[in-house]
Design a binder for this molecule. Structure first.
Ligand code: GDP
Ligand code: MN
Length: 342
């Protein structure tokens, strides 16, 4: 029985549901792609929010599958709560021990000293081992997981992120058709104390393997002096849409193995963001890297909002263009624009 306070004659219900707006399926081809999410059981509410938003803004029309990974088993309750919010396929995987935990050959005294020093410098996550495990896993292992291996493309999603605009195209197919390997929305400077010796090792690696450096690379995004020093610019990797064949390829495999052998994921606090960014900028050509201006994206405390007015309008964005991190002096996106001649 209709409650008394609902006046059926005021506005017929059908006008509330514009045709095709809530159940349409986007036409066209699909890519061999998945959302890849690393999170903990305790991230449940935050990952529900992220998935709900990417579904509303994109995936309800594209229906790409999800892979969720964790170094401990997801609980039945976690799986039940996450699966119910979308009809897209969802798989839950356990990370193999050696892909996550600190290797035995790491000198624990040296690693402890490094963490103590970073705590005294008040570096964010400076004292955390699990954060280091996470950075190493995202740098060198997620694309080797059994559940992820069958896919070529991934879109990384984190708990508690926001998608501010409708995404009315398929970024995976776009990247495939335009021969892109790495896509980003936000760039910034890294904390120097977390990567003190990283650039030296990058230069050593490039001296050993000059053949991996791409012809029309983006070195100028990373360095203001032709490669002598690192300017700390990187793509913010909590958002990534990328080609895992690049991470699985000869150049990146050798690069990661080299960095791993230096122990810097534990003796310092190398992030997957600078590691991925440096590799993409050096071992791919700059036109293989895609800045997705049209994807409004927020990861606390920063937001990227489309700078093009028409794009912002068409995307029905909830973000404010003037607040976009691109306009902040701590963003490297102006540098990116310059090197690709925008
Ligand atoms: P931040 O964005 O650099 O502040 O780091 P986050 O805390 O957001 O971690 C980055 C990603 O790794 C997120 O997707 C987290 O859910 C995930 N993550 C971080 N630490 C752990 C961990 O110890 N275990 C698992 N399973 N996921 C983690
Ligand atoms: Mn995060």
């Amino acid at each position: 029985k209709t409650p008394a306070f609902v006046d059926q004659n005021l506005v017929p219900l059908k006008y509330y549901a514009p045709s095709n707006s809530w159940n349409e399926t986007a036409p066209g081809r699909r890519a061999n792609a998945a959302f890849v999410i690393l999170c903990r059981n305790s991230d449940l509410l935050r990952i529900l929010g992220s998935i709900r938003e990417i579904e509303d803004r994109f995936n309800r029309r594209y229906n790409y599958p999800y892979v969720l990974l964790n170094e401990v088993e997801f609980t039945d309750d976690f799986k039940r709560r996450v699966s119910v919010i979308t009809s897209a396929k969802m798989e839950f995987g356990l990370i193999p021990h050696d892909h996550w935990f600190q290797p035995d050959w790491i000198d624990e005294d040296k690693a402890t000293q490094a963490r103590k020093k970073m705590i005294s410098q008040s570096i964010i996550y400076g004292g955390s081992i699990s954060y280091r495990n996470m950075c190493r896993f995202n740098s060198g292992f997620f694309f080797k997981h059994d559940l992820v291996k069958k896919y070529r493309w991934y879109w990384r999603i984190e708990p508690n992120v926001h998608f501010h605009c409708d995404i009315n195209f398929d970024p995976f197919v776009y990247m495939e058709e335009h021969k892109k390997i790495y896509g980003f929305t936000i760039t910034m400077y890294e904390y120097e104390e977390t990567i003190t010796t990283l650039w030296k090792h990058v230069k050593d690696f490039v001296d050993l393997h000059p053949e991996f450096v791409a012809e029309d690379n983006a070195l100028d995004f990373l360095s203001d002096d032709g490669g002598t020093t690192y300017n700390l610019c990187h793509f913010w990797s909590n958002f990534e849409i990328a080609d895992m064949n690049f991470w699985r390829g000869t150049a990146y495999t050798a690069f990661f193995d080299y960095l791993e052998s230096q122990g810097g994921f534990y003796y310092e606090r190398w992030g997957d963001a600078p590691v991925h960014s440096i590799a993409a900028a050096l071992f791919a050509s700059k036109d293989q890297i895609q800045f997705f201006d049209e994807i409004g994206y927020e990861h606390h405390p920063y937001t990227h909002c489309p700078q093009d007015e028409e794009t912002w309008r068409r995307g029905m964005c909830t973000c404010e263009r003037e607040q976009s991190f691109d306009l902040d002096s701590y963003s490297c996106t102006n540098k990116w624009d310059k090197i690709i001649g925008r």
